[in-house]
Design a protein around this ligand. Structure first.
Ligand SMILES: [Zn+2]
Length: 133
């Protein structure tokens, strides 16, 4: 008779119960990048121009598309200062690819002109803005 070693129980990771309300891991830009983008945009929403509302950083190429590990997602060229309302609007149709406010996941945001204060510009990762040719 062969004694079989019992199969080890499959280890199923338990849901974390120790840490307080599960919050998604922060995958956004670091503090230096946030400051750079807000300053570049003059602490105003680049879509409607308001400085009244709470401002957030809009991702032109979404973090979901292409994965959050992609460092270009949090590069200044991919980020725009937006008020909360405009940021929400940008998540809904009409999808504003023609304005460059949204960028397809396979395009480099630094190479896609964006409607910015009434003109089409290219945003660089060093925080500079130049007119699109
Ligand atoms: Zn706005």
């Amino acid at each position: 008779m062969v004694r079989r070693t019992p199969m080890p129980r499959a280890t199923v990771p338990l849901p974390r119960t120790t840490s307080a309300p599960s919050r998604p891991r922060y995958t956004g830009p670091d503090a230096a990048t946030r400051s750079l983008v807000y300053a570049r945009d003059g602490y105003r929403c680049v879509v409607c121009g308001t400085d009244d509302d709470a401002l957030v950083l809009h991702h032109r190429s979404g973090r979901r598309a292409g994965g959050s590990s992609d460092p270009t997602k949090n590069s200044p060229a991919n980020l725009l200062t937006a008020c909360e309302q405009c940021n929400l609007d940008l998540e809904r149709p009409p999808r504003r690819y023609a304005d460059g406010l949204l960028v397809r996941s396979w395009n480099d945001p630094a190479e896609v002109p964006v409607q910015y204060r009434g003109r089409m510009v290219l945003l660089s990762d060093d925080g500079s803005v130049r007119d699109a040719a």
